[in-house]
Ligand binder design. Structure first.
Ligand SMILES: NC(=O)c1ccc[n+]([C@@H]2O[C@H](COP(=O)([O-])OP(=O)(O)OC[C@H]3O[C@@H](n4cnc5c(N)ncnc54)[C@H](OP(=O)(O)O)[C@@H]3O)[C@@H](O)[C@H]2O)c1
Length: 303
């Protein structure tokens, strides 16, 4: 064999091996927000990233990162999800971590929300995510283990008004993660849930946020207080959430399920621990009903 050819072969072998030897994360919903930040965070720390998204117009977002392979995927389409996972396995040879990030928020009083809107919310945030896990599990079993990280929300922990469907889906994701953490222990699969607080992403952009048909007059005072509170609260930098997800993907704590990201989420978790869930809920409820007291403003400084 000619020396140049040998060199070429060894280069391509190194390339193939480095792809296979590096750890690989498969992330859903990477066209914006937390997903986008996660792709960069993992790739910049030496991981291969299978970055799925449904927006073809954003597929060159990671052109500067050679270890990122962008794959089109619509989460609610089971065939699309299977195809995306197979594409990732063909490209990288393995998946070590699945991050179920894709999701959206349905906002508005339950009374004014249609059952179709609620079903859609579950289709994406719960059923799409469960399906993704089911598709990935045979690979993890064959590989002898893996990790599943589900993006839940702090709204799974405490009752905010006007997010009944969204919070219910996120509470489902949080509990699903606990159940699977036990169920898959012997398969070597660690399952974790991330509870982010408020982060600066596209989730509340008008073209993404789904809302109830109307805001009935009876809800207006509560709605005004809710909007004022939400607008005054500083949203976190998505990279801070990516750091928490990265820790969950790498730590050596198979029994730890819940991770909190963002100052608001961390504070709320501490508050629940300190006061107990009932008193913490009562305090948060009072903020929405009567507005924050001076010491709450001090504890939760607003913009
Ligand atoms: N930002 C926060 O304050 C916050 C707080 C707690 C939890 N979370 C959770 O964090 C996750 C990421 O949200 P984000 O805040 O980063 O919002 P985002 O900027 O809107 O990103 C959401 C991502 O999910 C994708 N997605 C939604 N439905 C999809 C579907 N059916 N198929 C494929 N992709 C889909 C979106 O794709 P398109 O661009 O195509 O719509 C986008 O890539 C969500 O699960 C959200 O519930 C966010």
């Amino acid at each position: 064999m000619k020396p140049a050819l040998i060199q070429l072969q060894s280069y391509s072998q190194v390339f193939v091996e480095s792809r296979v030897l590096k750890r690989t994360v498969f992330i859903t919903g990477t066209s914006s927000g937390l997903g986008l930040s996660l792709v960069r965070y993992f790739a910049e720390r030496g991981w291969n990233v299978a970055a799925t998204m449904r927006r073809i117009d954003r597929m060159n977002l990671f052109a500067d990162l050679p270890s990122v392979h962008v794959i089109p995927m619509e989460l609610t389409d089971a065939d699309s999800a299977v195809e995306a996972l197979q594409t990732a396995l063909r490209h990288f040879g393995r998946i070590d971590v699945l991050v179920n990030n894709a999701g959206y928020c349905l906002l508005g009083p339950l009374e004014a929300t249609s059952m179709e809107q609620i079903r859609q919310q579950y289709e994406t945030n719960v059923f799409g995510l469960m399906n993704m896990i089911k598709i990935c599990l045979p690979h993890f079993r064959e590989a002898g283990g893996g990790r599943i990280i589900n993006i839940a929300s702090i709204s799974a922990d405490i009752g905010y008004p006007f997010v009944s469907s969204y919070a219910a889906t996120k509470a489902a994701v949080a509990m699903l993660s606990e159940v699977l953490n036990v169920e898959l222990h012997e398969a070597g699969v660690q399952v974790k849930a991330i509870h982010p607080g408020l982060f600066e992403t596209e989730i509340f952009d008008s073209d993404k946020l789904q809302t109830s048909r109307e805001m009935p007059r009876a809800y207006r005072p509560l709605s005004d207080r809710f909007t004022a509170l939400q607008n005054s609260f500083p949203a976190g930098n998505p990279e801070d959430c990516a750091r928490v997800v990265f820790r969950a993907a790498n730590d050596n704590r198979p029994d730890r399920v819940h991770y909190y990201a963002g100052r608001d989420a961390t504070l709320l978790r501490r508050l629940k621990r300190l006061l107990g869930p009932e008193s913490a809920f009562s305090m948060i409820k009072n903020i929405f009903i009567h507005g924050p007291s001076w010491w709450m403003k001090w504890l939760f400084p607003t913009k």
